[in-house]
Ligand binder design. Structure first.
Ligand code: ADP
Ligand code: TYD
Length: 208
């Protein structure tokens, strides 16, 4: 079936403002009469939420190797794509995803240093042909983002990493945006929420 909807993903380090801007964008789209579906990663389906639980509460010190972590993120995503995202796009909706396969490219590939060939092959298998129309990377110094995110429930595996890990993740997103400039847009997250919201709206309008 031909895809009729629009697929938008949000990416960036912890605390960069993804949830804030997804909320605002969804409100605006609904006011304009769009049918919107929001999904979160990892999770978003029954199976995916169980996988999220394993990822979230299996601590660094427990013996989960990077390869397993990669496969679990992608397993959760495959379920989400086939059960939720693809049907919603075929139904003509605007699908907004809080993280998607670029998180795997950057966190498992650049952060955990798994070879790009393996990450790309497994990522592509999990999403089939469901590439986003637009990916918004909210770029922010991880020192600022982690401070903003302080106090909320930690996603243990990832939020106990060193700053050096988060700096690599940030650079990974910037490099990705250069490689895939047509799809991936970088937004300076160190501005007012309103200024960022306006830029996001202008970019989204161009793909609707
Ligand atoms: P994420 O979903 O990327 O982890 P959030 O949207 O939850 O990030 O934002 C983390 C915290 O930072 C929230 O308390 C939010 O209100 C605040 N915040 C988001 N954007 C900005 C901004 N541009 N300036 C200052 N604080 C912000
Ligand atoms: P989440 O609770 O969504 O946090 P945030 O609001 O910061 O996005 O946590 C998801 C964590 O999992 C985050 O640290 C990024 C990481 N992650 C990966 O390492 N690989 C992936 O493929 C995905 C989707 C997330």
């Amino acid at each position: 079936m031909a895809k009729k909807g629009t697929f938008i993903t949000f990416e960036g380090g912890e605390g960069c403002g993804k949830s804030t801007h997804i909320d605002r964008l969804v409100t605006r789209l609904r006011q304009d009469g769009y049918q919107v579906l929001i999904a979160r990663e990892p999770g978003g389906t029954d199976v995916g939420e169980q996988i999220r639980h394993i990822l979230q509460y299996s601590k660094q010190s427990a013996a989960m190797v990077p390869e397993t972590e990669l496969l679990l993120f992608c397993a959760s995503r495959a379920q989400l794509v086939h059960e939720v995202i693809e049907p919603a796009l075929n139904d003509g909706r605007v699908v907004i995803c809080d993280r998607y396969f670029d998180s795997t490219t950057v966190y498992q590939g650049v952060g955990r240093k798994i070879t790009p060939q393996a990450v790309t092959a497994i990522n592509n298998f999990a999403i089939s042909s469901n590439l986003p129309d637009l990916t918004l990377v909210i770029d922010l110094d991880p020192r600022v983002g982690l401070e903003r995110a302080r106090g909320r429930e930690l996603f243990d595996r990832m939020e106990n990493q060193s700053l050096e890990f988060y700096d690599r993740v940030r650079q990974g997103y910037l490099d990705l945006a250069k490689r895939e400039a047509h799809r991936v847009k970088v937004i300076d997250g160190n501005r007012s929420i309103e200024a960022i919201e306006k830029q996001i709206w202008d970019l989204v309008k161009s793909v609707l």
